[in-house]
Design a protein around this ligand. Structure first.
Ligand code: FAD
Ligand code: DLZ
Ligand code: SF4
Length: 508
């Protein structure tokens, strides 16, 4: 009997994936493929490509060991058709299969490609997530605003995580107020690193040869590439970093790229880990008295709250979400996003770290690279493509709502009720960047002033029609209007001069 093809994508690397659960080991054939189309729809960071290819190869081998028939295509296979539908067609011709089963991809682009695939494809829901599309719709329908906090409480009740009967553990749902400490003097944690084995080295050579010109440093490469390693990285995080995760969640340090963050998102998003095992391990650390509630609640909120909420927004809003531009921002992405060549120490550090690690933590993404792009009026689609390319954990379902919604306010306020913007003060409070900067964070306008200071006011001024009546921003507009006419004019002049320089491609 000719079976069906079972497509497993690069970010679906778990034997719990719905397509495999639906498949018949005796007759169906697993198809996995490293293809040029997926590797090049944005110029992915070489570490991201290497991570996925290495993890795909190991997962395919584990499926074969488990008795599955697997057809795996390597990137340099001369018969490689170059795209997922192309590979499915080739494998269908080769095996006589007439049908494909797959788990719904995390990007509309690929869902559309499978819908148009010459071999009919049946998609099963991706039930690695806590909240299904229907459940998110039911929660969102009829609400004036989709506030993550309320969604999160539902997810706490649904999972039973950090619950004390029907009440939140400790009496409060959210301990964010305790999670805003400035940088510590030193950091006594680091993510677990893995030495590449021969198989990973082979992938690194391939990626170096094919994608070596992409933005991003390939070596040293230390990511986990299989579930066993990712689980060790999880245990290591729980033991060494989780207790201080909450306190320093928002802090940024030039020489400490990871602080007390978990560095697990790439493993979770690719399927090497599941949300349940991560959250259970974190909760257990709290119950054992190893980690405090503010840390564990803050960490679990990111996963069952923000992560699930972002996915819900992406699938609810639809394929046009990534082209939204509510603030009509049109400026091109500055060159320094690709080479870190800027005198702004915060931006230089965040971009350099991104280049070296394919990683930056949430506040660096939101309040440094995201904040600058928003203040400078960069086209949100260009910003979106940058984020999708440069982070090892980036897939549209999670990247787009974070960038288009939370960071750039390009969705007009679905994800956030006000834009996340700040001047230099916030960065100075939460990081050690400013002390090594060519600009002076204390100077508000004119020569040598921190550009974020005047760009912030210029942004508010430019968008006064939209935000002037927002109660959460009223105080800032009052401060702006209390400035003398002369100071306001000089502030706008500084911003215009800076943006003109940026527009001419000069170093800023
Ligand atoms: P930790 O700080 O240790 O947090 C624990 C986990 O919570 C993460 O592993 C992640 O799975 C989850 N999480 C935390 N915040 C979010 C969030 N806002 N949305 C979804 N999940 C969250 N995350 C991605 O996984 N992929 C992306 O492409 C991505 N792009 C982002 C772009 C911008 C502009 C912003 C502001 C945030 C983005 N995030 C993205 C969310 C967040 O920055 C990363 O999940 C986090 O930095 C990953 O590092 P970590 O594993 O050390 O996370
Ligand atoms: C990101 C990525 C890359 C770089 N390469 C591949 C690949 O060659 N083969 C594959 O199956 N998946 C790859 N992926 C992940 C897909 O792009 C991802 O499945 C979709 O973007 C949906 O999330
Ligand atoms: Fe960034 Fe301004 Fe601080 Fe320089 S002074 S690091 S530009 S916030």
């Amino acid at each position: 009997m000719v079976g069906r093809l079972v497509l497993i994508l690069g970010d679906q690397l778990t034997d719990q994936i719905s397509a495999l659960r639906e498949a018949d080991k005796g007759s169906d054939i697993v198809v996995m493929a490293e293809v040029a189309d997926e590797a090049a729809y944005v110029p992915h960071h070489p570490k991201k490509i290497a991570f996925l290819f290495a993890a795909m190869r190991k997962f395919a081998a584990s499926l074969s060991n488990d008795g599955w028939q697997v057809r795996y295509t390597r990137l340099d296979d001369p018969d490689n058709a170059g795209s997922i539908p192309g590979e499915l067609l080739r494998r269908a011709e080769e095996t006589g299969a007439k049908e494909v089963i797959a788990t719904e991809p995390g990007e509309f682009r690929l869902i559309a490609a499978l819908e148009e695939c010459p071999v009919p494809a049946h998609l099963f829901p991706d039930d690695r997530f806590l909240c299904s599309h229907a459940e998110f719709e039911a929660w969102a329908d009829g609400r004036k605003e989709l506030r993550m906090e309320y969604f999160y409480r539902e997810m706490r009740r649904k999972t039973g995580l950090l619950m004390d009967g029907d009440k939140p553990e400790g009496g409060k749902w959210n301990y964010d107020h305790d999670n805003r400490k400035p940088p510590p003097g030193s950091v006594d944690a680091a993510p677990m690193q893995f030495t590449p084995d021969a198989g990973v080295e082979e992938v690194l050579d391939l990626v170096g040869a094919r994608f070596g010109d992409n933005f991003g440093t390939l070596r040293p490469f230390w990511f986990a590439t299989e579930t066993g390693q990712a689980r060790r990285a999880l245990t290591h995080f729980i033991k060494t970093a989780l207790p201080r995760f909450g306190d320093f969640q928002d802090a940024m340090m030039a020489d400490e790229k990871f602080l007390y963050h978990s560095i697990l998102s790439m493993y979770l998003n690719a399927g090497l880990l599941g949300w349940r095992e991560i959250c259970d391990a974190a909760e257990q650390a709290y119950r054992d008295g190893h980690a405090p509630l503010n840390a564990v609640e803050g960490f679990i909120r990111q996963i069952i709250g923000w992560r699930e909420y972002m996915r819900g927004v992406y699938f609810r809003e639809g394929p046009d979400y990534t082209s939204r531009n509510a603030l009509n921002h049109q400026r091109g992405l500055p060159g320094f996003y690709w080479d870190a060549e800027t005198d702004m120490a915060c931006l230089s550090a965040a971009v350099a770290q991104t280049r070296d690690e394919a990683y930056a933590h949430h506040i660096q993404r939101l309040m440094v690279t995201g904040n600058f792009a928003l203040l400078a009026g960069i086209d949100p689609h260009e910003v979106h493509e940058w984020y999708l390319a440069v982070y090892a954990d980036a897939y549209e379902w999670v990247e787009a709502p974070n960038v288009i919604g939370m960071s750039q306010f390009a969705d007009g306020g679905i994800v956030g009720s006000k834009p996340y913007v700040s001047g230099g003060n916030y960065i100075n409070k939460m990081s050690d960047y400013c002390k090594g900067c060519a600009y002076d964070v204390k100077v508000k306008r004119g020569e040598g002033a921190c550009p974020l200071n005047y760009l912030y006011w210029a942004f508010l001024d430019r968008h006064r029609d939209r935000f002037g009546k927002n109660p959460r921003m009223a105080q800032m507009y009052r401060t702006w209007m209390r400035m003398s006419d002369e100071n306001r004019a000089e502030t706008l002049e500084s911003a215009a001069g800076f943006l003109a320089k940026l527009g001419r491609g000069e170093r800023v």
